[in-house]
Design a protein around this ligand. Structure first.
Ligand SMILES: [Zn+2]
Length: 469
């Protein structure tokens, strides 16, 4: 949960509720922990003021750090969804990945460099303030800001996702090997090793040196935070790769339950009961004009249900997030992520606004599972006319995947008694490209052949040698 603070440079700025915890913690530890050792014997109120001022400086520093990332991204045409300030700093949510390694390097390095610059400026200002013997109220926060920004820069340069250093590392590997996915994997693994080392070190510290128990626990927590971030980042990139060739229409559910615009709320409530959905698109003929949810209905007094039409409480189409059927699936995914919504409506390509489908989280998960099982079981479809060897054991199920095709489907042929065909399934790769997956079972030991062919096309038949042991 987060509240919106406003926007800077057109980028919405959000504050996660967890930030209030850190705010209290900072006012307390800085005001009554750090400051008294630096400036002893001050009145209680002054320590409190020192804590508050330091917290404000810290807050501004983090916002500037995040802005530095976002401005570079925006200037280079990347969309930034929003900036959210969390317990451990900030996160700039990009709705797309940077297109090349040099932009990613500039973008990710901008944050820590900015923090270093703030640290330097604060340090210079602190020196100046001590030489003119300025009030402790000015000196204290400047000193703390220099220290804090140095720590932020250092912490963010840890080469692990989701730290900036993880992105810096990925951009360097990416420039070397030219492969974004593999670089993400490398950076994500390095991040995990770091995270495990931190957790291990934290446990050692906590139990071998009782005086540092809480520092040890902190290390474990940060390590855990980094390891889950590293995994998340890799999954995100993998997910984008899985749907790279798909369009919105390949992912959507086509038959969407809908309600007409003129029904009353009483009718709507019975639709909710009968069809067990949490929301319905509201239609004028074939055209989508809005969306109504259970939540909208609950917000209306019961006495008004008979006299109110669904159009009176729905969210109008202008406020809904929609994609066109030929938009990239990636676009639908990033819109769902940046708007934090679970469903997105798919409209026809023409201007009619016709509703052709809906993409929900379930659709996304199903598509990704299907694509992943497909990518895993098909390292590379056999090239035309080639042979393949497959080793299996008796009774084992195995798969043969046809090359991509358009039009006439592939079929298998083999001697009965050697194999049995368990299932065949068409996998849509793109609207006009598909492959066929055959799941077979080996019935007896020996070396046998399975051929894959397309009716009326003798030349492109493929032969598979199956060694059954
Ligand atoms: Zn950063």
């Amino acid at each position: 949960m987060a509240i919106k603070l406003g926007s800077i440079y057109g980028i919405p700025l959000y504050l996660d509720y967890s930030w209030f915890i850190i705010l209290a913690l900072i006012i307390f530890t800085v005001g009554f922990g750090v400051m008294p050792s630096q400036y002893p014997h001050l009145p209680y109120a002054e320590y409190l003021l020192l804590g508050v001022l330091s917290a404000i400086l810290l807050f501004v520093s983090i916002v500037v750090h995040e802005l530095a990332h976002s401005i570079i991204a925006k200037r280079n045409g990347l969309m930034i969804g929003r900036i959210t300030l969390y317990l451990l700093g900030g996160v700039s949510e990009m709705t797309e990945e940077p297109p090349n390694p040099s932009l990613e390097l500039r973008m990710s390095a901008a944050g820590p460099i900015t923090s270093l610059a703030i640290a330097g400026a604060s340090y210079v200002a602190w020196i100046a303030s001590t030489s003119v013997k300025a009030s402790v109220i000015i000196q204290g926060p400047l000193y703390y800001s220099a220290l804090f920004n140095l720590i932020v820069a250092g912490f963010n340069l840890i080469p692990a996702f989701p730290m900036d250093g993880g992105r810096v590392l990925r951009s360097i590997v990416w420039r070397l090997n030219g492969d974004m996915i593999r670089s993400t994997k490398v950076a994500s693994n390095v991040g995990r090793i770091f995270a495990y080392l931190m957790m291990f070190g934290g446990i050692l510290l906590a139990f071998l040196y009782p005086g540092y128990f809480f520092d040890g626990i902190w290390l474990v927590l940060i390590g855990w935070f980094i390891s889950s971030g590293a995994q998340h980042e890799y999954k995100q990139v993998q997910m984008m790769r899985d749907v790279a060739d798909l369009k919105a229409r390949d992912m959507m559910t086509r038959n969407v339950d809908r309600v007409p615009e003129d029904i009353t709320l009483t009718d709507l409530s019975s639709q909710f009961l009968q069809r067990k959905h949490n929301g319905f698109p509201v239609m004028r003929g074939d055209e989508l004009i809005g969306c109504v949810t259970m939540h909208d209905l609950r917000g209306t007094k019961r006495e008004l249900w008979d006299s109110t039409r669904v159009t009176g409480i729905m969210t109008p189409k202008e406020k809904l997030v929609t994609v066109k059927e030929t938009d990239h699936a990636k676009k639908a995914l990033s819109l769902m992520g940046s708007n934090q919504i679970g469903r997105i409506f798919v409209l026809s390509d023409d201007m009619s606004g016709r509703l052709v489908g809906i993409i929900t989280r379930t659709d996304v998960m199903r598509t990704i599972q299907m694509q992943e099982s497909f990518l895993k079981s098909a390292p590379a479809p056999a090239p035309k006319g080639s042979e393949r060897n497959i080793s299996v054991e008796v009774g084992m199920l195995f798969q043969i995947i046809s090359p991509e095709y358009d039009g006439i489907a592939w079929s298998t042929s083999f001697n009965p008694g050697e194999f049995s065909l368990i299932s065949e399934q068409i996998v849509q790769i793109a609207p006009d490209r598909q492959t066929k997956q055959f799941t077979l079972q080996a019935l007896k030991k020996g070396t046998f052949y399975i051929s894959l062919n397309r009716p009326g096309d003798k030349k492109t038949a493929l032969r598979y040698t199956i060694i059954v042991s």
